[in-house]
Design a protein around this ligand. Structure first.
Ligand code: SF4
Length: 183
């Protein structure tokens, strides 16, 4: 295991968590997005990221004390008002530092609204799996993960839903987290 893997796993396991029933977001939920996954998608923008990628487009989302706290039930109520969405995508910030809160929202939209669920992460799939715990439980609730940090020297805007060549679009088996295919 590399030093980078060890740091990433520690960052996943030791991130400060929002109070119970709350999530920390960087902005309002979005609807009708076509750039954050297949179909027409709602987007939840999480706050807090330890990865600090050079060239990140959202550095204001890094601060773990930034953004605002909101009750998870209020997010679910908001998402319920969005008609005609294919699914929900978690963007950041880093969704995997608030995995329990994200999973509650993911479970709600899947069960109550019939949506599929994607997430971005600056961590790699293997790092999330090795971290285990609530991060792995959140991953198992997804249909797709776009993983890996943004690497400026590998920037490629022609990629589907990704910013740099090192990032992968992983299609996952819901419930097990197993990788079905990789783009
Ligand atoms: S993981 Fe995403 S939000 Fe975090 S620094 Fe990298 S590009 Fe920015």
């Amino acid at each position: 295991m590399s030093d980078w893997d060890k740091i990433a796993i520690k960052n996943i396991q030791s991130a400060p968590q929002p109070p119970e029933r709350f999530i920390r977001l960087s902005g309002p939920c979005e609807r009708d997005s076509i750039v954050n996954g297949d179909g027409l998608r709602a987007v939840v923008w999480t706050q807090g990221c330890p990865n600090h990628c050079k060239g990140c487009q959202n550095p204001e989302t890094w601060d773990f004390c930034g953004g605002f706290l909101i009750e998870i039930k209020d997010i679910c109520e908001k998402l319920k008002e969005f008609p005609g969405q294919t699914g929900l995508t978690f963007c950041g910030g880093e969704p995997f530092v608030q995995p329990a809160a994200c999973k509650q929202i993911a479970d709600y939209v899947r069960k109550e609204l019939g949506w599929n669920v994607w997430s971005f992460s600056g961590f790699k799939y293997e790092q999330i799996k090795a971290a285990g715990g609530e991060a792995w439980e959140f991953l198992k609730s997804l249909d797709a993960l776009i993983d890996g940090p943004f690497i400026l020297s590998q920037k490629d805007l022609s990629l589907r839903f990704r910013g740099s060549k090192n990032q992968r679009l992983l299609h996952l088996e819901y419930g097990t987290g197993e990788i079905l295919s990789i783009e």
